[in-house]
Design a protein around this ligand. Structure first.
Ligand code: UP5
Ligand code: MG
Length: 192
């Protein structure tokens, strides 16, 4: 007998668009499991003796994207470990390599419900991340140099993935420039 499929919503948007903030609110109200691909990669990087630590740090600082084999296996492992079936996958898939690797490994195990897209311009995204860096986030990519690269990657590699899902009618676009509570009042309608 086939095990029940996982239900997934992807959460995409530029650096600092508020993906993590909104996912926390969704979890509080609707009980999904929030998996941030970036958080999983930072956790893996921090493991003593991690085989991929240097590679991950290089990509994060440069705003480039870690090969899908690493990210997808971290996601799948976390999904299994949770024992749950409903997931918000935050910050993934970010490029064609991510999309293809995910589909190859996960397509028959997952029902993709929709793609939540937090639309936010460069200036707003950049300022939020710089503020977070100044407040002591400790993130090695919350500086102007990394942020330029993160936004470039978002425009060149991630927007085409959002467009790919848009064609399939799966994208739910939210104006992410407003306050977090205003944004959430739109977001919760999608989950109700
Ligand atoms: N904030 C949030 N909402 C706000 C609002 N409405 N108004 C005002 N301020 C708001 O928020 C960012 C900051 O803004 C916080 O200080 C928050 O309080 C404030 P957050 O909710 O953290 O936004 P988020 O979109 O999650 O921003 P994040 O910085 O996490 O986005 P990124 O997409 O850049 O980071 P991520 O961790 O996903 O990826 C980092 C790197 O990991 C990537 O650049 C890449 O190198 C690597 N990566 C991969 O290689 N593969 C992957 O699959 C994923 C990541
Ligand atoms: Mg985040």
């Amino acid at each position: 007998v086939m095990a029940a499929k996982y239900n997934v919503a992807f959460v995409l948007g530029g650096p600092g668009a508020g993906k993590g903030t909104q996912c926390t609110k969704i979890v509080e109200k609707f009980g999904y499991v929030h998996l941030s691909a970036g958080d999983l990669l930072r956790e893996e990087r921090a493991k003593p003796g991690s085989e991929f630590g240097d590679l991950i740090e290089g990509h994060i600082k440069n705003g480039t994207i870690v090969p899908v084999e690493i990210t997808c296996s971290l996601l799948e492992r976390a999904m299994k470990k949770s024992g749950k079936k409903e997931f918000l996958i935050d910050g993934f898939p970010r490029n064609q390599n991510n999309l293809e690797g995910w589909n190859k490994e996960m397509d028959d195990k997952v029902t993709l419900k929709f793609v939540l897209f937090f639309k936010c311009p460069l200036e707003v995204c950049t300022q939020r991340c710089l503020d977070r860096g100044a407040a002591g986030s400790g993130r090695t990519d919350d500086n102007l140099e990394s942020l330029k690269k993160r936004f470039d990657t978002y425009m060149n590699a991630t927007m085409p993935i959002i467009e790919h899902y848009e064609v399939q009618g799966l994208v739910r676009t939210i104006d992410a420039t407003r306050g977090a509570d205003h944004i959430f009042s739109d977001v919760q309608k999608l989950f109700a």
